[in-house]
Design a protein around this ligand. Structure first.
Ligand code: SAM
Length: 281
């Protein structure tokens, strides 16, 4: 049963951290001419209307991307990410549309690059297909990204990024992401893998970190942004990205903006961040 729809959460503080990190990784990878393969195992709908019934139900975007766009003191490093958001939104001052990871990736990548997108929910798959259909670099699959993603590894050019962004509505996902990381790394040891995680119960994240360390995979970092203090049984209070084989610039970049994000996106002064090396190079 698939009940998760990203349209309820689009543009929230978790999307801001995830999509900013995605943009920084891809902007680094495109510096070399060689083609890049971008694989999105859980792609979502590709774009979201913020004035929809779903988005308005929680209005999470108001405490996420809208806060950032209303500031006049954003660090310069946000320029490219914010330019993408405004390119997707197109009209007027009030933000009405927010892009998903496939659209952001497609607009960071070049003619020679390829995108492989998996989405399991038939409705979101249909929306994704409609959004991407004119882009000949893109393959959209209706299917299980935990399995499908591996078929694209390693890319012929040996350059690429795998984004793993499941809903974690089933607790199994915490184990499945680790399995996918292990299998993906076996096939493509030099590839960059970016794994998103929510903090709903701190103990689950601790187990995830331990499991990633136990894989023996070297060179991984973790970035986390809290909107409020950890609270069991409350829902998501923070979220993070674990990046394997990150661009060497990424940790410094994230550390230069995470205090700002914690300040702007945190609730009642409770914003916090983590930036840690999980495994050594
Ligand atoms: N990556 C998207 C973005 O950043 O814009 C958001 C993805 S959302 C967090 C997770 C998506 O995964 C949902 O659209 C859900 O329908 C889809 N999904 C759930 N299980 C899946 C699976 N096994 N394979 C592929 N997609 C799945």
């Amino acid at each position: 049963m698939l009940s998760y729809r990203h349209s309820f959460h689009a543009g929230n503080y978790a999307d801001v951290l995830k999509h900013f990190t995605l943009q920084r990784i891809l902007s680094y990878l495109v510096q070399k001419e060689k083609p890049i393969h971008y694989i999105d195992s859980h792609a979502g709908a590709g774009g979201y209307a913020l004035r929809s019934k779903e988005a308005e139900k929680t209005s999470e975007y108001m405490k996420g991307i809208v806060r950032l766009t209303q500031r006049h003191d954003c660090p310069e490093l946000f320029d490219e990410y914010l330019a993408l958001i405004s390119q997707f939104h197109r009209q007027g001052d009030n933000l009405r549309h927010y892009p998903g990871s496939p659209w952001i990736a497609a607009h960071c990548l070049r003619e020679q690059d390829r995108l492989f997108l998996y989405e399991l929910h038939p409705n979101d798959h249909k929306l994704l297909l409609a959004q991407m259909k004119k882009d000949r670099r893109v393959q959209v699959q209706l299917g299980d990204g935990f399995k499908g993603a591996l078929a694209h590894l390693p890319p012929i050019s040996r350059r690429g990024l795998l984004l793993i962004d499941p809903p974690y509505e089933i607790k199994d996902d915490y184990q499945k992401v680790v399995k996918l990381v292990i299998e993906a790394h076996k096939r493509f040891a030099t590839g960059c893998i970016a794994l998103w995680y929510p903090v709903v119960e701190r103990s689950w994240v601790k187990q995830l970190e331990t499991a990633i360390k136990a894989t023996g995979i070297a060179n991984s970092v973790l970035f986390e942004l809290s909107q409020s203090a950890d609270r069991s049984g409350y829902g998501m209070t923070a979220s993070g990205m674990i990046v394997i084989n990150p661009p060497w610039t990424l940790k410094n970049e994230l550390e230069s903006v995470l205090p700002y994000l914690a300040d702007v996106l945190g609730e009642q002064g409770q914003g916090k961040y983590r930036s840690e090396r999980l495994t050594g190079e």
